[in-house]
Design a protein around this ligand. Sequence first.
Ligand SMILES: C[S@@+](CC[C@H](N)C(=O)[O-])C[C@H]1O[C@@H](n2cnc3c(N)ncnc32)[C@H](O)[C@@H]1O
Length: 429
Amino acid sequence: MSNGSYPAMLSLPLKPPISLNFKTLNPSKIKCCKSQIETERGHSFDTGDTFFRHESSTGRDLAVLSAAVHKKTHNSLRVLDAMCGCGIRSLRYLAEANADFVLANDANQDYGELISGNLEKAGVGKERWAVKHLEANRLLTERYLERDYFDLIDVDSFGSDSSFLRSAMCAVKLDGLMYVTCTDGYSSGGHRPQHTLAAYGAYVKPMPYSNEIGLRMLIGGALREASVLGYHVVPLFSCYSYHGPVFRAMLQLKRGKFPIKRHYGFISYCVQCGNSQSISWDKLSQMRCSCNNVPGSLVVSGPLWTGPLHNTSFLTEMLNLAEDWGWLGNETGKRMENLLNIMIGESDPKLPFGYIKVDEVSSRGKINSPRLNSLLHALHKEGYAASRSHIASNAIKTNCPMVDCVRLAKELQLCSVTDDEKLNRFIEA
Ligand SMILES: C[S@@+](CC[C@H](N)C(=O)[O-])C[C@H]1O[C@@H](n2cnc3c(N)ncnc32)[C@H](O)[C@@H]1O
């Protein structure tokens, strides 16, 4: 395997592997970075010249909570942080999730001293962490060859580089976790279907809920890779953040191939009626929307993950832990609590993929936008599954067809007009 196979990544000179101990690095390779002190969850650390984003702190919070929940049930937490940057995640896995061991890796050798300086701040014995500077695939493959498996592998990669999925799967334990990332919103938006086909095996077209499609493309791509190895993955949670944008999924590796008909298929959106449906593999040739026979009314993407984005009980444990850790009181705490609660709502297995923007309901019904909470209430009253979406604040996830969403929104508007009229009469009287 030559470095030339990874054009989108850091290009590294061919060299023998570096020892696990950062102190054995060639001192001439260690350059001083400028110092830039940051604080996150009470940890002070230096980011120097590394790539660091404050906005990613929620993604790190979710990672640390998951790691701690996993340790509680599996009694072991060995973490491989394959693209650690300044090492903030590694520091937090050690200090907050009480990881037994963390292997912090960043291909950039210039970060060596900085990462080690930050990990020393975890206040744990030096036998509990090590720093490496290998290309991530090389490190993951090396650990696999050594039969040195990890409970959690975190790959905070850029763009839509999916080459880490298979090597991470090889180095993670069965039932272990993989925290994977995609930052390619252009592709998930359906603007480069050839590219998403190459990266995740999914032909993605522009859909009204493209940011959810980004998560489903990432999970689906991982599922496809896992099946090659005789495994499957299930998402414990998945999270979209608009900065970047960043699509993240915490996946659990399970034994056995996934049944192809379950939660992995094509998704269609009908521009005519606004309904979405999943199309099973054996019905591909009969693809059409039940609303009409107009050819070309369907936009189709896939194959993608079509199942729940999250696991309810895992998220509930994360929420409970966040409360135990005192994370839920202040303003940041409210945001975290809100996010986890919305994700728990979204994890209802009765909810299909996608979301409906309230503005689409109002424009189809030619009415003012209904209040999101009123629409949710009305949907629940009629027996539909419905929740908010953590991806789009003015959207709902529901198994209610568009035509009934529009009907309910119109009824809500009638009620509110009646209330306004009552108020006017009261004022006039
Ligand atoms: C998004 S940044 C990491 C940020 C960090 N995880 C955090 O939470 O602050 C990605 C890092 O991966 C490193 N990197 C890029 N390509 C790599 C590769 N193929 N193997 C290992 N590290 C790589 C970069 O040097 C960069 O520091």
